[in-house]
Design a protein around this ligand. Structure first.
Ligand code: FAD
Length: 339
């Protein structure tokens, strides 16, 4: 008898708000597709878990993004996110369908939900991961052991964590670390409606009022071109902003610049900021600390300007200029505009 009889497939929690699916759900489905492809002998499927109210019609989108099957819980109680009802519903899905692995985005919601579900079912959870793989050797013996990597010790080390003794193997994964595969509207899959048995429909917490956050400026995670300001550019932030504007780009910053009070925390890139993947990231006066690099290393093209030729940022840059930001940046922008 297999070690974990009945457990199979990779499940992804498809986070949505008012019917709009968070991109991280689709990023995880795309990655889960690669994982199941790496262990064909297991015959695993990618399954989405879609919870909410009036969301059944979104199931086909989830399939178009790569799911083979979608478990839908469409219930008025799940209209707004509630730790209580979402935990109850997801726990019952897991008990009923027995996923071998269960992935959730490390969003505010996911960081609340996944640990509670894991505690409820006594499963292991690796939080805030940046990489997932499957032990293909073990798969030959019928076990799909998930290898989940996350930064630790302030981002100075990476640890790979396994949950060999419990199922499902749960993980929360940061948004933007995986690519979203192209949508294929012709994909077909199974949609399964699941009705949880609520112990109570009395909410422990009620929502009196929802106050939408006023977001000023642009979202750096959506920008195509980012000009990153580090401490070495603090003396010329006007220039950095002007250059970003000329390139139709957006300014972002290191934590040092944010902590020095020059930029808003919403613009911080890195381990404790946002993860970005623009097509071009120009790093201005940024040393290249691991905690910053963790948030931007997946950019398609990285150009670094630093007056220290030994700066770490040059080790990950596609192109580097040793010099003063004040002098190099305007010249670089001119060249980029010509190209
Ligand atoms: P510095 O390291 O001071 O580098 C400034 C660089 O500018 C130097 O390389 C210098 O040579 C160069 N320079 C100076 N003047 C010029 C000039 N005129 N022209 C060109 N180059 C010049 N950091 C983040 O960014 N994001 C995070 O999310 C984050 N999270 C963290 C979490 C933890 C737990 C910890 C411990 C740290 C975290 N940090 C984070 C901080 C990180 O370790 C670094 O301290 C920070 O990234 C350094 O920012 P910096 O490169 O702007 O500054």
């Amino acid at each position: 008898m297999a070690k974990f009889e009945g457990y199979k497939d990779i499940y992804v929690f498809v986070e949505q708000k008012n019917g709009t699916v968070a991109e991280v759900g689709y990023e995880l489905i795309s990655e889960a597709r690669k994982l199941v492809a790496s262990i064909p002998e297991m015959g695993y499927q990618v399954v989405g878990a879609l919870l909410g109210s009036n969301i059944t019609d979104k199931a086909q989108d989830v399939i178009a993004h790569g799911a083979d099957k979608v478990i839908v819980v469409d219930d008025e109680l799940l209209k707004d996110y509630s730790t209580q009802f979402y935990t109850d519903a997801l726990t019952q899905i897991i008990k009923e369908f027995k996923p071998d692995s269960f992935l959730t985005g490390a969003t505010v919601l996911g960081r609340d939900l996944a640990p509670r579900v894991a505690a409820r079912i006594n499963a292991g959870l690796t939080a805030d991961a940046t990489k997932i793989e499957i032990d293909t050797e073990k798969a030959k013996d019928g076990e799909a052991l998930l290898l989940v990597t996350r930064p630790t010790f302030g981002g100075n080390l990476f640890g790979t964590i396994v949950c060999p003794d419990t199922r499902p193997q749960m993980a929360t994964i940061r948004p933007k670390v995986f690519d979203m595969a192209p949508v294929d509207a012709s994909r077909t899959g199974e949609v399964v409606s699941f009705a949880p048995k609520w112990e109570t429909t009395e909410p422990e917490v009620t929502i009196d009022k929802v106050v939408e956050k006023i977001v000023e400026g642009v979202d750096i995670t959506k920008a195509n071109i980012l000009v990153g300001a580090g401490r070495g550019a603090e003396g010329c932030l006007d220039l950095v902003e002007a250059c970003a504007k000329e390139l139709d780009g957006v300014v972002c910053a290191t934590r040092a610049v944010v902590e020095d009070g020059y930029m808003d925390k919403a613009l911080q890139v890195g381990q404790t900021g946002k993860t970005v993947r623009p097509s071009l990231y120009i790093a201005c006066g940024i040393s290249g600390a691991v905690q910053h690099v963790a948030g931007m290393e997946k950019s398609d093209m990285i150009i670094a300007i630093n007056r220290d030729p030994q700066a770490e940022i040059f080790t990950i840059a596609n192109m580097g200029f040793v010099g003063d930001v004040n002098e190099v940046l305007p010249l670089l922008v001119e060249e980029i505009k010509k190209a």
